[in-house]
Write a protein that binds this ligand. Structure first.
Ligand SMILES: *[C@@H]1O[C@H](CO)[C@@H](O)[C@H](O)[C@H]1NC(C)=O
Ligand SMILES: *[C@@H]1O[C@H](CO)[C@@H](O)[C@H](O)[C@H]1NC(C)=O
Ligand SMILES: *[C@@H]1O[C@H](CO)[C@@H](O)[C@H](O)[C@H]1NC(C)=O
Ligand SMILES: *[C@@H]1O[C@H](CO)[C@@H](O)[C@H](O)[C@H]1NC(C)=O
Ligand SMILES: *[C@@H]1O[C@H](CO)[C@@H](O)[C@H](O)[C@H]1NC(C)=O
Length: 313
């Protein structure tokens, strides 16, 4: 792993000079997986640092915070942020006897919150790009509570801002009815690439507002609002994904249309647009059902248990 042998076999105890000039015992450790070092020891707290797998950290005291799988222990690093014990080198068995308690004030969870509502079907992801795993499929008109924002997410149509919800996953700002007033919200800080596989809430053991269980179905195809253009003289948008359904709209040649998700009607692909009606994919220049887009099926958003209420209470 390119790490010094010493770091890999021994808990490294070093003496560091704190800002105050006092000497503080620190334990040298490293991240087992990509992880986040947070302003407070709870999964929803904003990030101060992102650690890559194998990256070393010196930790100086322990505290209690969000339970991650089997531990509520979090460690404060010399960068003044907190990382869950679960994501650290687990060869160091007892941080609590080797290090002092950070003090009761360290357990506080200080969050900024703002309500918002989803305008479209939205995948809530473990990190803010479409290659990140989907934590929950949320329907249009789902109320979400936002806790921080990032300007560095994947551009959706024309907007790179994503917001983290209190369901501990990120939604694209483009999918909200209106842009939240981010002056009231914390920035999320640097966000590492995270995977459900490595941050899996096995048996629902992590605290509810944290790493949520993977929803059904278990396929995590990337998706987002995609823009396509009409390739026929016109394209009819219907109330459901069949030729016999009522025509609600007519898009014209070369018109740009934004799509939410896919329906397979007896082998013919249709797409639900942001006008909440359905167009046959063959009416577009592009093939929205293709691997390039990897749009989700509309039915994913109907799955019971895929919504934010699952595990919320
Ligand atoms: C943990 O310790 C075991 C046995 O001492 C050793 O084989 C292993 O490489 C260590 N793993 C890490 C990640 O340090
Ligand atoms: C941890 O402390 C050691 C010893 O003082 C130092 O060499 C190392 O750079 C520190 N690592 C980090 C990530 O701060
Ligand atoms: C989850 O449940 C299975 C079966 O009961 C058990 O073997 C496993 O250890 C549990 N995992 C955790 C993290 O509790
Ligand atoms: C989608 O929008 C982007 C940005 O406006 C544009 O560059 C791109 O050509 C559009 N794609 C289609 C298929 O219309
Ligand atoms: C799909 O195919 C089945 C069996 O061939 C048929 O009964 C059904 O009406 C078809 N549905 C549509 C929407 O064409």
């Amino acid at each position: 792993m390119g790490l010094p042998l010493l770091l890999r076999v021994l808990p490294l105890i070093a003496l560091l000079n704190g800002a105050s000039g006092e000497t503080t015992a620190a334990i040298g450790t490293f991240a087992d997986v990509n992880t986040e070092c947070k302003a407070c020891p709870h999964s929803l707290c904003p990030n101060i640092l992102a650690y890559e797998q194998g990256e070393s950290a010196n930790v100086t005291c322990w505290t209690r915070g969000t339970r991650i799988i089997d531990t509520t222990l979090w460690l404060r690093s010399t960068s003044d942020c907190y990382v869950t014990e679960y994501d650290l080198n687990d060869n160091i068995t007892d941080y609590t006897s080797a290090l002092p308690y950070c003090g009761p004030g360290s357990e506080d969870e200080d969050l900024t919150l703002e309500d918002a509502t989803l305008k479209y079907k939205t995948e809530c992801r473990i990190c803010p790009t479409i290659s990140c795993d989907t934590v929950a499929y949320l329907k249009e008109d789902t109320d979400v509570e936002l806790t921080c924002w990032t300007p560095d997410g994947q551009v959706i149509i024309d907007d790179p801002y994503w917001m983290k919800t209190t369901n501990n996953c990120y939604v694209a700002q483009k999918n909200l009815y209106s842009k939240p007033d981010i002056t009231y919200l914390d920035p999320c800080g640097p966000i590492p690439y995270l995977e459900i596989e490595k941050h899996f809430n096995e048996n629902g053991t992590s605290d509810v507002d944290k790493r949520d269980a993977a929803p059904e179905p278990g396929t995590f195809a990337p998706s987002y609002l995609i823009n396509v253009t009409v390739g026929e003289n016109y394209a009819l948008c219907r109330s459901c994904a069949q030729e016999t359904c009522r025509v609600e709209r007519r898009y014209v040649f070369d018109q740009e249309v934004w799509l939410q998700c896919l329906v397979d009607t007896n082998g013919t692909w249709w797409s639900e647009t942001t006008d909440f009606c359905y167009v046959k994919n063959s009416d577009f220049w592009q093939s929205p059902e293709g691997d390039y887009y990897r749009n989700p099926l509309c039915e994913y958003f109907e799955e019971p248990g895929a919504g934010p209420g699952d595990g919320d209470d």
